[in-house]
Design a protein around this ligand. Structure first.
Ligand SMILES: Cc1cc2nc3c(=O)[nH]c(=O)nc-3n(C[C@H](O)[C@H](O)[C@H](O)COP(=O)(O)OP(=O)(O)OC[C@H]3O[C@@H](n4cnc5c(N)ncnc54)[C@H](O)[C@@H]3O)c2cc1C
Length: 323
């Protein structure tokens, strides 16, 4: 089967790999000149199904359960150290609210917080520890997937509009994220802003979520003293630069988590648009002669493996039907 995958974000890379692993001939075409043309490049890379259950439906939690194993088997640097959820001292009720809405956690008192993250010792009296969660660096993971596609003989074309090649494939899998809005009118954009910093004065092993009632924030540790601070959730399709207000809020929350973040070097501030359907759940849809894999909202890395598998199965069904 000759398949064309449009878009080299996490949805396209994982779908292309699912097709190649099943023996399809794959061409992956990306509009940008190199990896990193879309929202996936900016993601936290949290593989946190239980924490996401705070706001996501049970189906997202269930489908995200296999994600850590999927990624760990394929890309380097998956960290399986869980998630620590903390709250400012005056907002401890946030911990109880989060606990009531999620599963897979255990309470952590001040001593446990200190044992898990020594640099947070004495800062948080009450926390939740989600041992079964993890994270990855999206940029490392995406490069690793691209290398695997190459090894499997898939063709990757950059700086090319997928539409131009769509007529030449027996199956088109369209993974172009929010750029599919004109073809998928249900799709909306949810703006996400992130900041990447570097400091040697604080070390974290795992993702830390900070339950501030106004500015919920997470910090994901990366290699070499880097941290990704994220992320805003704004109902807007604006991809413009990070606003001063968002930067102030994210950096203030990081500073409240640990004052050493006040001295960190700011390496990057970026924004992009998460593609989302009205129910915030992804879809694999066979429509208008192609298979659309889209709507990953805030769960691209968490849910792409499960949905790519469905898309690949559908692609083979479709190719069979038209053979
Ligand atoms: C700040 C932030 C933090 C996030 N944190 C997390 C997280 O911790 N965990 C998690 O699971 N998810 C997270 N997400 C969500 C996740 O990033 C998205 O759900 C996911 O990136 C969507 O992936 P995608 O492949 O559908 O879209 P994209 O990554 O946007 O990829 C689409 C690609 O298609 C290309 N394209 C568009 N049009 C064409 C065309 N005509 N021809 C060829 N190529 C085309 C684009 O250039 C782009 O590279 C986060 C998102 C943001 C913004």
């Amino acid at each position: 089967m000759k398949s064309l995958v449009i878009g080299a974000g996490v949805a396209g890379l994982v779908s292309a790999l699912a097709l190649a692993e099943r023996g399809a001939k794959v061409t992956l075409v990306e509009r940008a000149e190199e990896l990193g043309g879309g929202a996936s490049w900016l993601a936290g890379g949290m593989l946190a199904p239980f924490c996401e259950g705070e706001s996501a439906p049970a189906s997202v939690v269930a489908m995200g359960m296999g994600a850590i194993d999927w990624w760990d088997a394929r890309v380097p640097g998956v960290v399986r150290e869980g998630t620590l959820v903390v709250a400012p001292p005056r907002d401890l009720a946030e911990i109880d609210r989060f606990a009531a809405r999620t599963k897979g956690h255990e309470p952590a008192d001040e001593a446990r917080v200190a044992a898990l993250e020594p640099d947070l010792a004495g800062r948080f009296r009450k926390a939740l520890f989600f041992a079964g969660e993890g994270h990855l660096d999206p940029r490392v993971a995406m490069r690793a997937l691209a290398a695997q596609l190459h090894e499997r003989g898939a063709e990757m074309l950059f700086g090319e509009d997928g539409e131009r090649l769509a007529g030449q494939a027996s199956v088109v899998v369209d993974c172009r994220g929010f750029a599919a809005r004109p073809l998928l009118p249900d799709l909306r954009g949810v703006r996400g802003e992130m900041i990447r910093v570097r400091t040697r004065e604080v070390a974290l092993t795992r993702t830390v979520r900070f339950l501030h009632p106004r500015i919920p924030l997470y910090i994901v540790p990366r290699a070499d003293g880097e941290f990704m601070i994220g992320a805003t959730m704004i109902e807007s399709a604006d991809k413009g630069a990070v606003s001063a207000r968002s930067a102030i809020e994210m950096l203030s929350a990081a500073y409240a988590l640990h004052p050493a973040f006040g001295e960190a070097e700011v390496l990057e501030m970026s924004a992009d648009v998460r593609p989302a359907y009205p129910d915030n759940e992804p879809r694999v849809e066979d429509r208008d002669g192609r298979i659309f894999v889209n709507g990953f909202y805030r769960h691209g890395f968490l849910l792409a493996p499960a949905f790519a598998d469905r898309a690949a199965a559908l692609a083979f069904e479709r190719a069979g039907a038209f053979a």
